[in-house]
Design a protein around this ligand. Sequence first.
Ligand code: ADP
Length: 241
Amino acid sequence: MSIEVRGLQKAFGPVVVCDHLDLDIASGELVALLGPSGSGKTTLLRIIAGLEVPDAGQVLFNGEDTTHTDVRQRHVGFVFQHYALFAHMTIFENVAFGLRVRPKATRPSDADIRRKVQELLQLVQLDSVGHRYPHQLSGGQRQRIALARALAVEPRVLLLDEPFGALDAKVRKELRRWLRRLHDEVHLTSVFVTHDQEEAMEVADRVVVMNQGRIEQVGTPEALYDTPATPFVLRFLSDVA
Ligand code: ADP
């Protein structure tokens, strides 16, 4: 699923958070929105998700205008920094949740749900924890389960907002590599927000550098390092976190 953002505008009161943004994301691409806190990354992600309505401009999925399409009709999967799993449900039930709440006509059978959940647990390499509860897993494992849960409903687009933000440096590093591998396996169009340039550079096919509601540069990690387009990009990338 390709994503196009056209002339997107969003202000909260006097503060312009998305300032006429244009962006093309190809089908199957993994793109990072990178920038300092308050640069508008999360707002752009939420508009793509359908959780926020822009003041002007459009979001197109595969060329189709979805700007005003309800979030439930967009088939997007989410992973948020604090997207807590349901504490009272087993890991298996957490992953199965999105399938169980489907309308009866499209709900898979129990056997199909079991098969699907097992497949997803294998994909995130946690196939032996289905019977456990969230508090029995580490933070990194919980985020992998959050990913499995997001993928269960077969989204057309995966959106991640600082997915590893709450974890320590070592686990973050591990999960980064792991997200990249997963993406290479499933090739799902994915957009993830981070303020950590190392994370963006290591994981993404292309990086969108944002500053004060504007896009400073879009490019591969190599292109950004080799030919930073603006003084801001140069400064931001040489700022070792
Ligand atoms: P980032 O993800 O880059 O940190 P955000 O998109 O979260 O940036 O926020 C950009 C700016 O918009 C910030 O100044 C933030 O305070 C403001 N903002 C975000 N959401 C709201 C809201 N619902 N109401 C008012 N201001 C908001």
